[in-house]
Design a protein around this ligand. Structure first.
Ligand code: G3H
Ligand code: ZN
Length: 286
């Protein structure tokens, strides 16, 4: 069933596990993630960046593809289609209009006041039609599609500002940037758990951990303990998909049917996603 993130994240926070946001990049990603969720009996969030939506053919195509696959696979677990790092009110409205059940408005590059104003307007529109909203403060390092920030320019969200943003906007969940990075980490991640705990206590809403690729299990567990109820993963699925493709092509240099290596990529993504669902504790929670 297609739902917003609201209920699944409240459940997750209450019961100390996290729901994975797995980004979709094409048909095979979508197939793999939906199959993994159904087989693990896990709620799932399909993350769609603006770049990925563009690549696939637009928001409407994405929603149609997801709905058709859910029908085809007889998916019964809760699924949310979520705009990842929405860049403007217009993009959020377009996604909602196309049938997305959740949006993120990423106003983190704006000064606090503007971020709050922008997020407020998105919440107004989204909540009117039952769509959940995620906001962000601070700066996540690394690069994801159009979102680029040097690791050096990444900075940690300030708890009092997080509290103010959540309180004034009414968002359903909130991503405080606390040292996580998009793409692979250089060395061990250095997550600001003290601040995470503070943000949890101040805001009370489910928190979101971006840059889920490459975070050690002990840190995942800590993050969940400190209120993270949603963890975003993209790069790790991409890495396993591409590794599988390389292996097939290396073993069979004469292979020319893309379905042969794309099916392997799909299997690899599915395995990765299932592993994350178990690690995050969302397996069996649907
Ligand atoms: O918004 C998406 C995530 O934060 C993805 O991060 O590619 O490092 O797993 P990742
Ligand atoms: Zn992100």
């Amino acid at each position: 069933t297609l739902v917003s993130m609201k209920e699944m994240l409240i459940q997750a926070k209450e019961n100390k596990y996290a729901v994975g946001q797995f980004n979709i990049n094409n048909l095979e990603f979508t197939q793999a993630i939906l199959q993994a969720a159904q087989e693990e009996n896990s709620p799932v969030i399909l993350g769609v960046s603006e770049g990925a939506a563009r690549y696939m053919g637009g928001f409407k195509l994405v929603v149609t593809m997801v709905k058709e696959l859910m029908d085809e696979y007889k998916v019964t677990v809760p699924v949310a289609i979520h705009l990842d790092h929405g860049s403007s009110l217009e993009k959020c409205v377009q996604a909602i209009h196309a049938g997305f059940t959740s949006v993120m408005i990423d106003g983190s590059h704006h000064p606090l006041k503007e971020n709050i104003e922008l997020t407020k307007r998105v919440v107004e529109v989204a909540h009117a039609v039952g769509v959940s909203v995620e906001a962000e403060l601070g700066r996540i390092g690394g690069q994801e599609d159009d979102i680029i920030a040097d690791i050096e320019s990444a900075y940690y969200a300030i708890p009092s500002e997080c509290d103010q943003l959540v309180r004034e906007t009414g968002v359903d969940c909130f991503a405080p940037a606390l040292g996580s990075v998009h793409g692979p980490y250089k060395g061990e991640p250095n997550l600001g758990f003290d601040r995470m705990k503070e943000v949890m206590e101040l805001t009370g809403v489910p928190l979101v951990l971006h840059g889920g690729t490459g975070i050690p299990t002990k840190d995942i567990q800590k993050a969940i303990m400190f209120g993270s109820a949603k963890i975003n993963v993209n790069t790790e699925s991409q890495i396993s998909a591409t590794k599988a493709v390389r292996e097939v092509l290396a073993a069979k240099p004469n292979e020319y049917d893309p379905r042969k290596f794309l099916a392997s990529a799909r299997e690899a993504i599915k395995d990765t996603v299932k592993g994350k669902m178990r690690e995050f504790g969302s397996s069996g929670r649907a």
